[in-house]
Design a protein around this ligand. Structure first.
Ligand SMILES: [Zn+2]
Ligand SMILES: [Zn+2]
Length: 571
């Protein structure tokens, strides 16, 4: 006879699934559903849940065995929660197995790599006359995919079939919080601080690095191996270890002592080039160490008569020399921002009305917000006709009388057409406070033609800011080719400006290009391209990029009051 405690007990599989394995099954399901033209919202929901699970430090398998309520996690509703339970309790997912059994062998094997877009891979198969993942891998390595189907396709395949891969900075932000919490609460380290690319705010993170203070590295390692159910360790030595996190990003932990924490921060935050430059001033590593210990970074910099170098600048450019001369830039910061210059509303493809966007800007303490809906040719994004734009201008005049505390600027994101002309006639552009002009088509033009197209557009006296200058989408597609030096010189000559588009998958201008533009004396807007009131927050990623470019407050357009800006925009 069973005791009451065993009543209803289910026989559970012995293997514990890692979060990565559970997430993979959900993502495979999403992948196969998408081929079947399933409701895209449902497909997205499975993909989002998979992404959430990959960053969690708790073991989902364990949570299910403990009977926890999974719907408390963001993005996991009833249906997905029961799918996860089924995966953990039976080791499979009926719906997924059924779809796999109905799929062609090619498609079924693609579904073992849930990050691949099956429709794109099938297109590659057809074009190259292949039919297996193995052949796909070979054609990627020998450059066939890039040559015959473009760099964007090659990048997609590489992301899809390599086990470790980069992550956008804004997603790494969530991962950092989860990992840091795990190190402190579950691994019992006395202190954990993030360093490396993440601390320098690099836009794509491949490896998340933490300094930790502990006397028991082996115990920390064995706990980390249970992160998210299971996290394989790739290598270790006496004071460091490397893991492959379920999200595909590498995690490195590096032991440092309290007495020499500052020295470790300096060693592990800067790029290699930075550290090399530092040793030319402070002596080699041995000399550096013999001058220590340095409990803080400031103590180290002081010892070698350097001013404090902000982490974002530690790339090995000119920051060490300037720190020695005391001429480092005073970097722009979030508190300097006075307004937003690139935002969409329901007039084109935004989610919120002009009034809602304005109120949200005011709540952030902004003095102004420019409404830059898409222009008439961009039909995909519900571009605004001339007639509707004129109506919108009159509406904004009315709103400005009614809404206090924030000024709505009349603007548009004007398409730069193939021949370099702007997508509204001059007599309409004249009615706007300023323009953001962008390329949304014909990415395939050669470098010269694409450059001439932009230069020609800049010759229009109503051209003010070049939107997302290179069109890149991080981890998805490289930008179109342009001669940045020529574009910067032309902007300078014509009184035009650039933006750093803060959308985490754009961050365009790159830090390197933004630095070049600012050095040439061309002002830069740090804009969000918000399509939702919540997206105004993304400005912090644009600011990270601006700081990496060494920008100071005077070169950032939206740190200026509108009166000054209005003068700059009149050409
Ligand atoms: Zn755009
Ligand atoms: Zn836009």
């Amino acid at each position: 006879m069973k005791t009451s405690g065993e009543e209803g007990a289910v026989l559970l599989p012995e293997t514990v699934l890692s979060n990565a394995e559970i997430a993979d099954r959900l993502a495979s399901l999403a992948q196969l559903l998408s081929v079947q033209k399933e409701n895209p919202y449902r497909v997205k929901a499975y993909q989002r849940a998979a992404a959430t699970i990959r960053t969690l430090s708790e073991s989902i398998d364990q949570l299910v065995r403990d009977g926890s309520d999974l719907t408390e996690y963001a993005g996991i509703g009833q249906a997905i929660s029961s799918a996860i339970r089924e995966i953990v309790l039976t080791g499979t997912l009926g719906k997924l197995e059924k779809l796999r059994s109905q799929a062609s062998p090619e498609l079924a094997s693609i579904s073992d790599h849930p990050r691949l877009d099956p429709r794109r891979v099938l297109r590659i198969y057809k074009k190259l006359g292949i039919s297996s993942i193995q052949a796909l891998r070979e054609r990627l390595e020998n450059g066939d995919i890039e040559e015959k189907l473009g760099i964007r396709m090659a990048q997609h395949v590489r992301q899809g079939i390599t086990p470790t891969h980069g992550m956008l900075l804004y997603r790494a932000d969530e991962l950092r919080v989860a990992t840091e919490g795990f190190l402190i609460d579950k691994c019992g380290v006395r202190r954990a601080e993030v360093v490396g690319d993440y601390r320098r705010r690099v836009e794509v993170i491949d490896e998340l690095v933490f300094l930790i203070e502990t006397n028991d590295l082996p115990s920390v390692i064995s706990k980390l191996e249970r992160y998210g159910g299971r996290t394989p360790m790739l290598s270790c030595s006496k004071d460091t270890a490397l893991f492959a996190l379920p999200s595909g990003v590498l995690l490195r932990i590096q032991v440092a002592s309290k007495e020499n924490w500052g020295m470790a921060l300096v060693s592990f935050t800067g790029s290699k080039a930075h550290f090399k430059k530092l040793t030319t001033v402070a002596g080699n590593l041995k000399t550096l160490k013999s001058n220590g210990p340095f409990p803080t970074e400031s103590a180290l910099y002081r010892k070698f008569a350097l001013s404090f170098i902000e982490p974002e600048l530690r790339e090995g450019l000119d920051e060490v020399e300037r720190a020695a001369q005391g001429t480092l830039p005073v970097l722009v910061s979030a508190k300097d921002i006075r307004g937003e210059l690139h935002a969409h509303s329901t007039s084109s493809d935004g989610i919120h009305s002009i009034e809602q966007m304005a109120v949200a800007a005011r709540e952030r303490g902004y003095e102004y917000i420019g409404i830059t809906d898409h222009s008439q040719s961009l039909k995909l994004a519900r571009g605004v006709s001339v007639e509707d734009l004129l109506k919108q201008i009159r509406l904004i005049d009315k709103l400005n009388k009614r809404i206090q505390g924030v000024r709505i600027l009349k603007s548009a994101e004007v398409d730069i057409l193939a021949d370099g002309s702007l997508d509204y006639p001059d007599e309409v552009l004249r009615e706007l406070d300023y323009t953001v002009c962008s390329i949304h088509s014909r990415f395939g033009f050669g470098k010269t033609q694409q450059t001439e197209r932009i230069l020609h557009a800049m010759d229009n006296r109503y051209f003010n800011i070049l939107g997302h200058a290179t069109g890149r989408l991080l981890l998805k597609r490289p930008g179109y080719e342009i001669d940045m030096d020529r574009v910067i010189a032309h902007a300078k000559q014509n009184g035009c400006f650039f933006e750093i588009n803060s959308s985490p998958d754009r961050l365009d201008l790159s830090a390197e290009n933004a630095r070049a533009a600012a050095m040439a004396g061309v002002g830069i807007a740090v804009s969000t391209d918000a399509h939702h009131t919540r997206e105004l927050e993304l400005v912090r990623y644009g600011m990270d990029q601006a700081r990496r470019a060494g920008l100071e407050k005077p070169s950032v357009l939206n740190c200026l009051p509108w009166k000054t800006l209005a003068r700059l925009f009149r050409r």
